[in-house]
Design a protein around this ligand. Structure first.
Ligand SMILES: Nc1ncnc2c1ncn2[C@@H]1O[C@H](COP(=O)(O)OP(=O)(O)OP(=O)(O)O)[C@@H](O)[C@H]1O
Ligand SMILES: [Mg+2]
Length: 270
């Protein structure tokens, strides 16, 4: 049994003019404990919508979502809220830290809703988590005084302080330079594998996605498995590998991606 399992999930919304927008069109994917899965796709293809569904912030229009084998429709709204806080840790591109609150207060915040031991030990747990992300000496610093990479590390500490089973990261390196982004991903990978949490990373950055064990591309609401490596780059909106053969550059569309056309190669899209 997988930790998370989506089968033929769709998500549509009715627009103000009564047209129906089909954001996700039959997404099937399973994620196991301890796995790192990456999803790439251009803007507006439904990546955040999918992540929100996985994190119980949104619900499928049709299709099935099994959380540890249990259909989420069967959970009461109260249970869903409890499981969202306990089982999921969210990391966003813009960090979303509370301004005017210290790093320690930011990381303590999710524990204010915890029960029992976690609640009573909240300050110690938050301090330990900040230490783990390398910010043990910045507990009392305000987020606005920290660099982008440090702010993202506070956000990671906040996402992980309750020991989630799943980490959902939406463009976690999107606001960081390449090197800092790499360090943040190292940290996420390390902590996820140490704690056995599943990690789902959404990113435009193919080098970031290539670190995951499995990769998918979301294109107009359809999720397709792809294979990325360190040489992968975007050609238009298709992830592609460049193989250097005796000086000649050969472009090869990755298995599982829709066939590239001349238009794609030129970066022109309908
Ligand atoms: N509640 C909603 N009502 C209307 N349209 C919506 C709603 N939620 C999402 N959309 C639309 O669905 C599409 C997918 O949105 P989503 O945020 O999932 O894209 P994304 O792949 O995360 O894009 P980006 O890379 O820019 O973050 C967009 O066109 C968005 O405007
Ligand atoms: Mg998004």
């Amino acid at each position: 049994m997988s930790l998370l399992e989506l089968t033929d999930v769709t998500r549509s919304v009715v627009l103000p003019d009564d047209r129906v927008l089909h954001i996700l069109r039959g997404v099937t994917v399973a994620v196991d404990a301890g796995e790192h899965v990456a999803i790439v796709g251009r803007s507006g293809t439904g990546k955040s919508t999918l992540l929100n569904i996985l994190g119980l912030l949104d619900a499928p229009t049709t299709g099935e979502y099994l959380l540890e084998g249990v259909p989420i429709q069967r959970l009461s709204s109260r249970t869903r809220t409890v499981r969202r806080g306990r089982d999921f840790g969210f990391v966003f591109q813009q960090f979303n830290l509370l301004p005017g609150r210290t790093a320690l207060e930011n990381v303590t915040a999710p524990l204010l809703y915890a029960r029992g031991k976690q609640f009573w030990a909240r300050t110690r747990l938050a301090a330990e988590m900040l230490d783990r992300v390398g910010l043990g000496d910045r507990l009392e610093t305000m987020p606005e005084k920290l660099s982008g990479g440090e702010q993202q590390r506070v956000a990671i500490a906040r996402a992980l302080v309750r020991g989630p089973r799943v980490i959902l990261a939406d463009e976690p390196t999107g606001a960081l330079d390449v090197e800092t982004g790499g360090e943040v991903m190292d940290l996420l990978d390390d902590i996820a594998s140490q704690t056995g949490a599943a990690l789902v990373t959404i990113t435009h950055d193919l080098a970031v996605a290539a670190r995951a064990e499995r990769q998918y591309r979301l294109a107009e609401g359809v999720l397709v498995p792809i294979t990325l490596d360190t040489g992968s780059h975007w050609v238009g909106d298709v992830p592609t590998q460049v193989a250097d053969r005796g000086g000649a550059i050969e472009r090869r569309v990755l298995p599982g991606t829709p066939t590239s056309t001349d238009d794609d190669v030129q970066g022109v899209h309908a």
